[in-house]
Write a protein that binds this ligand. Structure first.
Ligand SMILES: NC(=O)c1ccc[n+]([C@@H]2O[C@H](COP(=O)([O-])OP(=O)(O)OC[C@H]3O[C@@H](n4cnc5c(N)ncnc54)[C@H](OP(=O)(O)O)[C@@H]3O)[C@@H](O)[C@H]2O)c1
Length: 291
């Protein structure tokens, strides 16, 4: 199967690259914005036709949550309009799409882990543009599915884990928000799930067309808990103090609760999901090996 991985230099795209040798049946084409901009329909269509692409794993996105509040045009272009481009090029070829979305489609007023069927109500530009992108896939005729994930980190790119480790080396004390609760997700675990879904594809009795799934690591944490675990597992001697959201104002509002219920993806694809702290340990070990 010829698979195009868009946004291939980001966190998720890089983790997919690392798994290339594990999925030898797939012929991967890794592209990022400089060599294939998904906002450019003509370029995208030519690429997909020339390379006979049969599936697209869309790792491309505008992910700067705070910047999106002022850059809403570009966020909309990448997270909403470009997703429709992917749908259109695949429609013609009868190809498959795995598209990634976010826990930020929820307003966070709930207190029970969100199911796929729960009402969405994004509270920021990023969440809004990602929701519109989801709808383009779900309402299309193509064999496309959407996976919502949360609090993504990796040994690649910029993320909370790497920021905490860096700041922790320089400071004796850090204040981190404790009244936002969700689940950290190691991008490698998400990458593995995406490729497992693609490889089970044809043999599976489950139709994935228009389906929506939730996938994060197991368990629950606040950003404070996450930061404490990062310092502990990273062997960094920095005191982490719990602070409230109101004491750390940001341009974009974030949901206070965004834990995802993952029963549907676990049942449909018979996958096991690692506990967030175990995956964090793996990522930090990898970062230490890279040093
Ligand atoms: N990060 C999180 O905490 C988080 C949480 C929930 C869901 N998600 C979702 O998970 C998915 C993967 O996120 P990630 O953290 O891996 O993102 P990321 O690290 O920001 O990677 C996104 C990649 O897409 C590229 N890109 C941007 N515009 C593009 C375009 N027009 N055409 C092609 N590529 C483009 C980016 O390039 P530049 O860097 O040059 O812009 C970057 O390399 C996204 O759909 C995101 O919305 C992320």
């Amino acid at each position: 199967m010829n698979i195009l991985v868009t946004g291939a230099n980001g966190q998720l795209g890089s983790e997919i690259k690392d798994l290339e040798q594990t999925f030898k049946d797939f012929n991967f084409f890794f592209r990022d914005v400089l060599d294939l901009d998904i906002c450019n329909f003509k370029e995208l269509q030519e690429f997909v036709d020339n390379k006979q692409i049969e599936a697209i794993l869309n790792c491309a996105a505008y992910t700067a949550v705070d910047k999106a509040e002022e850059d809403n045009e570009i966020a909309k272009k990448v997270n909403t309009e470009a997703v429709l481009n992917l749908v259109k090029v695949l429609n013609k070829r009868k190809g498959k799409l795995i598209h990634i979305s976010t826990d930020y489609v929820f307003n966070g007023e709930g207190f029970i882990p969100y199911k796929e069927s729960d009402k969405v109500s994004p509270i920021g530009v990023y969440g809004n543009t990602k929701r519109e992108g989801e709808l383009s896939v779900i309402n299309s005729d193509i064999d496309g599915l959407v996976i919502r994930t949360s609090w993504l980190y990796s040994s690649y790119g910029n993320n909370f884990v790497k920021t905490m480790l860096r700041l922790g080396e320089d400071r004796d004390e850090l204040g981190v928000i404790f009244d936002q609760v969700g689940t950290p997700t190691y991008a490698r675990d998400l990458a593995l799930t995406c490729l497992t879904i693609l490889s089970k594809g044809k043999d599976s009795k489950i139709s994935t067309k228009g389906k929506l799934y939730h996938l994060s690591n197991e368990g629950v944490a606040s950003w404070y808990d996450f930061a404490k675990a990062i310092m502990f597992l990273g062997n960094v001697n920095c005191k982490v103090k719990p602070i409230e959201t109101k004491d750390y104002p940001t341009p974009a509002k974030r949901p206070h609760f965004s834990v995802l219920n993952k029963s549907k993806i676990k049942n449909d694809f018979e996958i096991e999901i690692p506990y967030w702290r175990d995956s964090l340990q793996e990522c930090i070990s990898k970062l230490n090996r890279k040093k």
